[in-house]
Design a protein around this ligand. Structure first.
Ligand code: FAD
Length: 426
């Protein structure tokens, strides 16, 4: 049994939703486009899962956060896909791909063939088992990547009100989940091996601000060590977390956010991989000319930095999806993808945005005891990265614009003195 389409998007996450909207805007015909996704719901804004979805009062629930509401575009409900003649094969995993024959084989035994394939398989959460710890399939240990995980996390949280949670990992999933747990009246201890939270992005000065804020909400931090094992009760629930430094933390629940791995396995040995993702060119085209890749799974050239990157951010998924459709449907009109990396997070009443690259010398600015502060990164004499907490829309736009221009910086002390004013007048 088999079906054939002109365009197939493999994966039904953020990138798939934004690509679908773009296909319709560019006039795709009914019956030409198919989306295959393991998830049983149509594409949604994944960042909502660690934010509005976890709130105890008036939580976000589908259909309210289907794509493409994150960019103030139309909300694409199942009805929208139907009305636009897009075939949805959801709740269905693709178990193998043959790029030479241009076919995908689903777990239900169907062969779906394509003329053009867009790989948008995103990434999966890394499991503790991959680091030699066993038992993370216990019912009160939660990961957070998809709607099923988030639904489970909500159920576990509801059973633990007033109890103790241990959050493993100090990245954005750990930080956002810790904030949500506190809001749900659960006591939180965060454990991570680095010297401070968000170690890949924050300077120690920026991290101190957030850690102090979290401490004021009752969160405890245990840094410089990792989990070594769990204790279980007779029915297999985790009761405590043992750390490599010898300490033992009683736990009613555990949330693990220790990173992700891109879903490339279907294409290993068939497409060129780089930096853990599927290598694509400036048109987001892989080493096979009929196959494109976007979002978390794609390693693409970032023109501004003159090197390839694989990014794990929603804005990159949205914009690469939009670009790939233009590259496929209007190849003569579109240039190379020219992307300024952008990442944001929102926790408690705080909200920050980051643009560009966080390498080189750092200049902090603003009031670190108040609500608005930030940092610039300067490398080889040019401003290449900007961070701002508590900015207005205009201020965020200004740091984005200034970062894209990569202005020459001769005097770091002068940049520090001007602070946000530098971006606002750049
Ligand atoms: P995904 O959205 O992960 O979609 C991949 C899809 O492919 C999934 O539906 C999956 O089921 C499907 N799939 C995979 N393999 C197969 C297969 N073999 N067969 C069928 N289907 C398959 N980014 C930010 O910039 N800011 C944030 O605040 C932020 N918050 C986040 C919060 C959470 C909880 C998570 C998990 C991520 C967050 N992100 C955030 C990251 C952002 O959501 C991702 O960068 C984005 O979702 C990537 O989009 P994608 O389409 O590439 O992959």
């Amino acid at each position: 049994m088999g079906r054939a389409f002109v365009y197939v998007i493999l994966g039904g996450g953020v990138a798939a939703g934004y690509a679908a909207l773009e296909f319709v805007k560019k006039g795709v015909s009914h019956g030409e486009l198919c989306i295959i996704s393991e998830e049983a719901v149509v594409p949604y804004e994944r960042p909502a899962l660690s934010k509005g979805f976890l709130l105890p009062e008036d939580p976000a629930r589908l259909p309210s956060f289907h794509t493409c509401v994150g960019s103030n575009e139309e909300r694409l409900t199942p009805k929208w896909y139907k009305e636009n003649g897009i075939e949805l094969v959801i709740g269905t995993r693709v178990k193998s791909a043959d790029v030479r024959r241009k076919t995908l084989l689903t777990a239900t035994g169907e062969t779906i063939s394509y003329q053009i394939l867009i790989i948008a398989t995103g990434a999966r959460a890394l499991k503790l088992e991959e680091f030699g710890v066993t038992g993370s399939d216990a019912e009160n240990v939660c990961y957070l990547r998809d709607l099923a995980d988030a639904t489970r996390l909500v159920n576990v949280m509801q059973c633990c009100s007033g109890g103790d949670a241990v959050v493993i990992g100090g990245g954005y999933i750990g930080m956002e989940c810790a904030a949500s747990l506190v809001i749900n009246k659960i006591n939180v201890t965060m454990v991570f091996p680095e010297a401070h939270c968000m170690a890949r992005l924050f300077t120690s000065k920026i991290a101190s601000y957030y850690e102090d804020f979290y401490k004021s909400k009752g969160v405890k931090f245990i840094k410089g060590t990792v989990l070594s094992s769990f204790d279980f009760n007779p029915v297999g629930k985790v009761t405590a977390v043992n750390l490599r430094d010898g300490s033992r933390l009683p736990a009613d629940m555990v949330v693990v956010g220790i990173g992700i791995r891109p879903n490339t396995s279907l294409f290993e040995g068939q497409l060129t991989l780089e930096k853990g993702g599927i290598k694509v060119n400036g048109r987001l085209q892989s080493s096979n000319s009929s196959v494109y890749a976007v979002g978390d799974v794609a390693t693409f050239p970032v023109k501004l930095f003159g090197e390839t990157r694989r990014l794990e951010h929603v804005d990159s998924a949205r914009k690469s999806a939009k670009h790939v459709v233009a590259a496929i449907m209007e190849p003569d009109k579109i240039g190379e993808f020219d992307y300024l990396p952008f990442f944001y997070s929102r926790v408690f009443t705080l909200s920050w945005q980051f643009y560009g690259d966080g390498v080189g010398e750092v200049v902090h600015f603003g009031d670190f005891s108040g609500n608005t502060f930030g940092a610039y990164w300067v490398s080889k004499g040019h401003l290449i990265g900007s961070f701002l907490e508590g900015g207005t829309k205009e201020e965020y736009e200004a740091i984005a614009k200034a970062t894209r221009m990569m202005p020459a910086i001769e005097d770091l002390a002068e940049l520090e003195r001007q602070g946000l004013g530098f971006a606002l007048t750049a």
